[in-house]
Design a protein around this ligand. Structure first.
Ligand code: SF4
Length: 537
């Protein structure tokens, strides 16, 4: 069990009023991951700050997915006694834990089977890209940024609350659905069904995704830190969202358009909620090195006594100033994503950097005093030849040699993260097939074998089986609710439950993700009107 006495919390004052509504903020991951999720903690902060509500955290009891909570984390309230559950889902695999949390709490998985509170509200980047896999489960799905959608959703719950508690729940819920439906970025799947339980027929209506136009208007920090977090006691602060790079497989560039950068003053204010003795600072963005004042921010925080780290750096824009500032602040690791060793495959998905550009950043990082460089790579593209596959280990070994890794201080490491390509909804690669499990294993072995037992090179790989499951959920429509309901009823390893669900409810979702989709085939998520990104698929 987490030791909550180790937590340090800095929330703004709450205003629950005399008759507060008790709601759950649920992270379908274990406690250390919940602490390291800026999305989850932002929802917690927003709900906590909303007048009239008291929030209760819900996290998984165990990371292995075998034990699910039926009570809230600190107060031990029964989850099914709450008025609403706000689920934050960054990844598609979160849905598997989400349904098990509902089941463990005795809450029917499918919306049509529920006749009382709690309401189930889901948000996050995964459902924003494609909400349909949870459309039979959720009462509402936040499409876009929660800062814009959640306050209105909570206001409407407050208005409907007395009636929601009584025997006229279904009538009150229907009224609530209609209120929510008029709000940008709030998807009420029950109101988007055709007579056949429809998945695609929406009479031309489109749902407008909500986006934040001025990030400085909203706080962005993690109000709870603890040494038990995945990254230790670290306060995560967003410095911008979206990405202009347009890598053709990447959700972040197509679902969230690059908005304005957060101002230096706002970043420092959010970081300053904790003292340097309480927490280090993690600056979060998919384009962190694009922030025009990044080195200034890091240096200012370092001068105030903070240790500072950043999320993955884009190769373009990573200057010596930034790397020096990070090393000075005590940061030990930087991450880049070359994505592939073959220039031909990098071109295929619009990652235009040359080996030399990447090598220069890696050498600069080590020279600045950073001891660990992590590089992300992908495989699983139908165009990959044997030569392309060999290009990735060649790339890594050349880097290790050109960066003189062997002669650097003993703690220096080069870490390679290798993951299968997953075709994500709403990206230009949304119609592409995934390689099957056998092919992925063969490709991953060919890439990683030459890197084994190489001094100071470490390799981390993502499971092909779990990646295919992720792909099926990313591309899924409402029919996948039957599989999720089946998974809710079982416990133990998710991959085994998934296989069992495919056996019982049909293996359509798995087959669909292994085949390419015809250009004329309707896509379940095409009814969402995205903000203009300049990178529309
Ligand atoms: S640079 Fe990174 S975050 Fe930006 S589009 Fe490419 S992969 Fe996505």
């Amino acid at each position: 069990m987490p030791d909550l006495s180790r937590e340090i919390r800095h929330f703004p004052p709450a205003d629950p009023g005399p008759n507060p509504i008790h709601i759950g903020v649920a992270c379908p991951s274990a406690y250390p991951v919940a602490l390291a999720s800026l999305g989850y903690q932002t929802i917690h902060l927003l709900a906590h700050s909303h007048p009239g509500f008291v929030t209760h955290r819900i996290v998984l009891n165990k990371a292995d997915g075998t034990v699910y909570p039926s009570r809230t984390l600190e107060e031990g309230l029964r989850i099914n006694s709450l008025a609403a559950l706000l689920f934050s889902c960054s990844f598609e695999l979160d849905y598997l834990h989400l349904v098990r949390i509902l089941d463990e709490a005795g809450i029917p998985i499918l919306r049509r089977d529920r006749g009382s509170t709690p309401l189930v509200i889901i948000g996050g980047i995964a459902p924003t890209a494609n909400p349909e896999p949870t459309a039979m489960i959720a009462d509402a799905i936040s499409i876009g940024e929660g800062e814009e959608t959640l306050p209105g959703v909570l206001d409407d719950i407050q208005g409907a609350f007395p009636l929601l508690q009584g025997p006229r729940f279904l009538e009150a819920r229907q009224r609530l659905y209609e209120l929510w439906d008029s709000r940008d970025g709030v998807y009420v799947p029950a109101l988007w069904e055709d007579e056949k339980g429809g998945f695609f027929e929406r009479n031309g209506r489109r749902l407008v995704q909500a986006s934040v136009s001025d990030p400085d208007r909203h706080p962005s920090y993690t109000p709870v830190v603890s040494p038990e977090g995945v990254y230790g006691a670290k306060n995560l602060v967003a410095i911008s969202s979206g990405c202009p790079a347009g890598c053709r497989f990447c959700l972040l560039s197509y679902v969230f358009p690059p908005g304005p950068h957060r101002s230096v003053e706002s970043i420092l204010e959010n970081a300053g909620h904790f003292s340097p003795d309480e927490a280090s600072v993690g600056l979060v963005s998919s384009r962190v090195s694009d922030h025009p004042h990044l080195a200034r921010v890091i240096n200012a925080l370092t001068d105030d006594g903070f240790e500072v780290s950043v999320s993955s750096l884009r190769i373009a824009g990573t200057t010596t100033d930034i790397l020096d500032a990070l090393a000075r602040s005590g940061s030990k690791t930087v991450t880049f994503a070359p994505e592939h060793g073959s220039a031909r495959i990098r071109d295929l998905f619009c990652k235009p950097h040359t080996y030399e550009e990447i090598r220069d950043r890696v050498v600069r990082a080590y020279d600045a005093g950073i001891s660990r460089v992590k590089l992300y790579f992908l495989t699983g593209f139908v165009e990959e030849t044997a030569e392309d596959l060999d290009a990735t280990p060649d790339f890594v070994l050349s880097l290790a040699s050109d960066a003189r890794l062997a002669s650097r201080p003993a703690e220096c490491r080069l870490t390679v993260g290798l993951a299968p390509f997953v075709p994500k909804a709403a990206t230009p690669f949304q119609r592409r097939p995934m390689d099957d499990e056998k092919t992925l294993r063969r490709k991953m072995k060919r890439i990683t074998d030459p890197l084994k037992r190489r001094p100071r090179i470490e390799v981390e790989i993502e499971s092909p089986r779990s990646a295919i499951m992720q792909g099926a959920l990313s591309q899924g429509d409402r029919t996948i609710a039957a599989h999720l309901a089946e998974i809710a009823r079982t416990r133990g390893a998710l991959v085994r439950s998934w296989d069992e669900a495919l056996r019982k409810a049909g293996d359509g979702p798995r087959r669909r993700v292994l085949e390419s989709r015809d250009e004329s085939a309707a896509l379940p998520w095409s009814f969402i009107k995205r903000p203009k990104s300049g990178n529309d698929p």
